[in-house]
Design a protein around this ligand. Structure first.
Ligand code: 4AD
Ligand code: MG
Length: 477
């Protein structure tokens, strides 16, 4: 089966050359003009059938959603808005689609409705655009790191350790749920489970990544991670993809620099390589903005926002400075925040992060040196005894897009923190040993891939930037 992709045809000079297109019918007009999309580009090609050249029985089957193969001559189009069209000499129906039943009609559907038909929403212009941008971003991630000599390490999906120490893990077991083996105390005996111990889906590849950074120097992981947190928000998924670089001989400053460079690079890559899809998404976002009240609208359009990010350095400030700003902010004084910032040590919620980025600084922000109580056990303890060398990158419309830190490389310090927090020292034995044998200063961070895609596509719900979203109460498809 030989066919030419529409993307290629649309940029070919029309010389009446014979070509074949295969794709899905978007619309049909006057029994004559068929608009076809094959997913290679946001654009459709117009196939023109001579009137009365097709049997009535075939014509009837050319409906929105049907898959067809058309062959003919590529000619200059007399119609507006397209340079070429296909003058059809042969048409085959590859797959019928009952127009009475096909859920995707040629009209605007709500994203909520499309989520219920995630197996078909891939056929819409919006999801085609989002997923092509997602693909470009995945490629750009690998290119960025590969060009800098980072080694891509595949960390395990099934693991026995809780990397974040937050206990939000999905258990992996093949014990009989109805009648599990019990130990002498009457607890489930995981020694009899598949791995001879308790295991879970990974929440982060970081800890295993560190072992390779302390051998290969600069590494990164890019894979699925899982969190059983019951967050029904537009920014949380139970299964999401994370990019986690980990570097020996980087301090917190080096880490912040790499995070900035990576984000600049990725957004520039999208602007340079996803022009048509971004133009479509820009228009789409603009239409969505128009439905919001004036004061809730974005001041900048999507492409303007992307350019703005690439042209500006991110504001860096410490948690302590941020808390001062937030404490004295108007929404805090007027009790407009859902969680009021009262004192040093309070955890920051996404409303606070977004205030700093969208209202106060009006650009991306990196916060660093957080109170150790609100951050993970592995972060490097600062001299003040109160803070750790953590950093979060905050983006407009998103809040936290990156979380990272310099790691605690001193054996005594990390062991005492593990004990303080009552973490299972026996499961972390290998991680602690890294600090015993040839320890080195090192740092790393995690970039939430879907949060990046939200930012780049201007979509507003994280469930719409991953093909099949997983969230509480939903694992259809
Ligand atoms: O801040 P987090 O929890 O950091 C870590 O997991 C570290 N181990 C990373 C590291 O230092 N190697 O998660 C990192 C990022 C967040 O900033 C956010 O972008 C994303 O992962 N993220 C989520 N994205 C979607 N759904 C969720 N439930 C997410 N939780 C975190
Ligand atoms: Mg975080």
């Amino acid at each position: 089966m030989y066919r030419t992709k529409i993307k290629e045809l649309l940029s070919s000079p029309p010389n009446s050359q014979h070509v074949t297109v295969m794709g899905w019918v978007r619309t049909v007009r006057n029994n004559q003009f068929i608009s076809i999309n094959d997913g290679s580009t946001i654009e459709n090609i117009q196939a023109v059938v001579a009137l009365n050249s097709l049997e009535e029985s075939v014509l009837k089957r050319i409906t929105t959603g049907a898959c067809i193969s058309v062959s003919g001559e590529l000619i200059a189009s007399p119609a507006k808005g397209q340079t070429v069209e296909l003058k059809v000499t042969e048409l085959l129906i590859l797959g019928d689609s009952d127009p009475e039943k096909y859920p995707l009609q040629p009209k605007k559907h709500s994203l909520e409705f499309l989520r219920e038909i995630a197996h078909l929403r891939s056929r819409t212009s919006t999801f085609g655009a989002v997923m092509r941008v997602r693909n470009a971003m995945a490629f750009a991630v690998h290119k960025f790191f590969n060009d800098r000599g980072f080694v891509y390490v595949h960390t395990p999906i099934i693991t026995g350790s809780d990397a974040e120490g937050a206990g939000e893990m999905f258990r992996v077991t093949n014990l009989n749920a109805k009648n599990p083996p019990l130990d002498e105390q009457g607890n489930v005996n995981f020694k009899e489970d598949f791995f001879g111990r308790e295991t879970n889906l990974t929440v982060s590849g970081q800890l295993e990544g560190e072992t390779y950074a302390l051998a290969l120097g600069e590494i990164y992981t890019f894979g699925p991670t899982f969190r059983a947190e019951n967050s029904n928000t537009t920014r949380h998924l139970a299964e999401f993809w994370m990019i986690e670089p980990e570097m020996a001989f980087y301090d917190l400053n080096d880490n912040m620099k790499l995070a900035t460079d990576l984000l600049h690079y990725l957004v520039r890559y999208a602007l340079a390589n996803c022009k048509e899809d971004l133009a479509f998404l820009d228009k789409r976002a603009e239409e969505e903005e128009a439905t919001k009240p004036q004061d809730k609208r974005n001041e900048l359009g999507l492409i303007e926002r992307l350019k703005f990010v690439t042209e500006n350095d991110f504001e860096r400030l410490s948690y302590t400075e941020a808390v001062e700003i937030l404490r004295n902010s108007t929404p805090n004084k007027k009790k407009k925040f859902q969680y009021l910032i009262d004192k040093w040590g309070d955890d920051l919620q996404s409303e606070h992060e977004r205030f700093l980025v969208e209202k106060h600084f009006k650009k991306p922000v990196i916060l660093y040196n957080y109170p150790k109580e609100i951050k993970s056990f592995y972060m490097r303890q600062n001299e003040d005894g109160k803070t750790v060398a953590a950093m979060d990158v905050l983006f407009p419309g998103i809040g936290e897009i990156i979380g990272g830190s310099q790691r605690e490389e001193r054996y005594e310090n990390i062991v005492s923190r593990v004990k303080e927090l009552n973490l299972p020292e026996k499961d972390l034995w290998w991680y602690l040993e890294l600090r015993k044998y040839g320890s080195a200063p090192h740092s790393g961070f995690g970039l939430g891939f879907e949060r990046l895609i939200l930012f780049v596509t201007g979509m507003t719900n994280i469930r719409d930037v991953i093909p099949f979203p997983r969230f509480p109460g939903n694992a259809e498809f």
